[in-house]
Design a protein around this ligand. Sequence first.
Ligand code: ASP
Length: 344
Amino acid sequence: MKRRNFIKNASLTGVGITVGTAIMGCKDKNNTEEMGTTKETKGEKSTSIDMAKYPIAICTWGFVKANAKAGEELSKDKSALDSVISGVAIEEENLKNTTVGKGGTPDREGNVTLDACVMNPEGDCGAVLCVENITNVAALAKKVMEETPHVMLAGQGAEDFAYSQGFKKENLLTESSKKAWEEWKKESKYKPIINIENHDTIGMLAIDKKGDIAGACTTSGLGYKMRGRVGDSPIIGSGLFIDNKIGGAVATGMGEEVVKTVGSFLIVELMRNGMSPQAACEEAISRIVTKSDRYKNFQIAYIAMNKAGEVGSYCIHKGFTYMKYQNEANENIASGYYNKEEKS
Ligand code: ASP
């Protein structure tokens, strides 16, 4: 079902710019609108982008407040990177969200371990893996990107680095998550399968008023995972990929399968080669579902956006939605899906 949520926002400017051009001439196969006007100058093609389309923020699932927060920040001229980090922080701090940040579902031994990554328009990136006791791991990933010579920090090293940067130590296991874990232990049936209603990694992409794109992805990962397990979400190219000439993509769902197909990088490369975000997301899902019938047991969803502000989304099973903020509207949109045989 389609829901519409509108938030108040500052007005947008209507200036146009010309960007370079791997995206030119690309059409969405479901939508014949061209991605901007293509013109040829001295043998070099370029695409004129309508700046009135910016800013835009999209995120996985129905995270209305998180996407609205990113929209507000973008409207206040914040950069795409800072806006997505502020946006996803809403869910990292939401104790009721059992799949992101504080309040996340623990591993099978009762430890809440978080994964996150960020990528900026310059193509720099930062990631933290399997971090305990720190809530805002997307912001921490940005610190890794900006304050260290590395792109990834894991476990205790990431946690110690967080304290050195002023992050505070917090107990991420809430009473209700602890209770659910204790119930789960009684049943003691570990299945490394993500129930299709039970995963909510927040991946967010934004284009700011300057026309630059950035993204963030943050999660507590698969519930009751093995200790030390890391999925796709903090892996650049799998959970998230950005190319400021082309666009970006993020993933949610069974991380192991996203990693095997390097899903987000694949989508950006398909867009580079002329596919629309929608067609690219569909192709990335097709790479997974054509391998075997195992896809029936897990959900994967992608969202993508190109520099012309076109968005796309596709998933395996019905039920995935995503948020789109643009022109003061923050809209929840139902994604297309592959498995049409399922009962609704
Ligand atoms: N992609 C996340 C992971 O595999 C989980 C999810 O989105 O549900 O850790």
